[in-house]
Write a protein that binds this ligand. Structure first.
Ligand code: ATP
Length: 353
């Protein structure tokens, strides 16, 4: 493992920002810490970078324990949301800064700055000042500055938070390509689940100072370990129910649901997750084992798909997302009563503690 965090605890007065975090990041891996505001993401990054010393636990880079080492001794590159370039230095001087700090000879400095700027596609911008650049370009300079000295670890804290959506998406793909090409071990922080799904080799979902699940994007999406993860990553239908015999569960308002496997000891409380894209309506629902009739209370056109809210009588509302081909009519109208159905294999069971 390239980065190993063990039992990290950090308190600020009465607030426990980190409540015992264990994390392993492999060499060349991009791992995203995903969590809501205040869940402890930045604190974890600061502990890894050396800006905070944990109250308990350890941080190891390769085989070296760096828990108490200052930031400059850790060989870590960083990019934050507020780019914090030196405003009075040119692009080339900004990128050269970490090399000067490390007393790299001038000739080598120049070639490495040129190389880093080429990697972020800013060759030719050497003499500009930060204020003569767009937000996205400034962030690319910050990225060049963070990788120019070949750090052993790259830390990115919401680096695209200030950019508009289109630019953010372009930068996400750019960082991904760069990170893969350079095989940089990277810890990326975001509260944006879509960004996490796009970028990551693995995602660690953080809640209240703890990691609730660490897994690949598809594991975290398809098999969330907890209700929090299911709710935070992607859109979801979540039902509380009681496990029944023979791979069934009883859900108030929906009755008996058929599952692909036994949910637990009959009588045990379970949470069932059903992603909106797993549901079908009308004729497409007929062959599916789980069906209910309900009224369409809302349809939202989203371009490639349509989102429906369907209210079965006396049951929980169902969120349905159906693919749409261009010029196809909507699959149902508001007010219509439709059959909605889903297959046992598409119900994911989350056992309650
Ligand atoms: P955001 O997405 O909003 O940046 P976050 O997940 O990065 O949130 P942290 O900044 O790590 O969360 O904060 C975790 C908790 O610790 C919060 O309750 C925060 O108020 C608290 N906290 C963080 N730094 C300090 C500090 N220096 N002093 C006191 N409390 C702090």
């Amino acid at each position: 493992m390239d980065l190993t965090v063990r039992g990290a605890v950090k308190r600020f007065g009465a607030v426990t920002a980190l409540a015992g975090v264990d994390l392993d990041v492999a060499e060349g891996e991009l791992l995203t810490i995903l969590g809501p505001s205040g869940s402890g993401k930045t604190t974890l990054l600061k502990v890894v970078a050396g800006f905070e010393v944990p109250d308990e636990g350890s941080v190891q880079l390769g085989s070296v324990d760096v828990t108490l080492a200052p930031p400059r001794a850790r060989d870590v590159g960083m990019v934050f949301q507020n780019y914090a370039l030196f405003p009075h230095l040119t692009v080339a001087q900004n990128v050269a800064f970490p090399l000067e700090m490390r007393r790299v000879p001038k000739a080598e400095r120049q070639s490495r700055v040129a190389e880093a700027l080429a990697l972020v596609e800013l060759s030719g911008y050497e003499a500009r000042l930060p204020r003569q650049l767009s937000g996205g370009q400034q962030q690319r300079v910050a990225l060049a500055r963070s990788i120019v000295f070949n750090p052993r670890l790259l830390l990115l804290d919401e680096p695209f938070g200030a950019l508009d959506r289109k630019l953010r998406e372009a930068m996400q793909l750019e960082v991904r390509r760069l990170q893969r090409r350079l095989k940089l071990t990277t810890l990326f922080i975001t509260h944006d689940q879509e960004e996490a799904l796009i970028l990551s080799d693995r995602i660690a979902v953080m809640n209240a100072g703890r990691l609730e699940q660490v897994g690949t994007p598809s594991e975290v999406y398809a098999r969330p370990a907890t209700r929090f993860v299911a709710d935070f990553v992607g859109e979801s239908n979540l039902f509380d129910g009681i496990a029944g015999p023979d791979a069934t569960a009883e859900v108030p308002g929906l009755g008996r649901l058929f599952l692909a496997a036994q949910a637990g000891t009959p009588g045990a409380r379970v949470t069932l997750l059903l992603r909106p894209e797993a549901l079908r309506i009308g004729g497409a629902a007929d062959p599916l084992a789980n069906r209910a009739a309900g009224q369409v209370v809302e349809t939202v056109f989203l371009g490639l798909s349509v989102k429906l809210r369907i209210q079965p009588e006396g049951g929980p509302e169902l969120l349905v997302r159906l693919p749409l081909r261009p010029s196809e009519p909507p699959p149902a109208l508001e007010g219509e009563i439709v059959t909605v159905g889903f297959a046992p294999e598409d119900v994911h069971v989350i056992r309650q503690a």
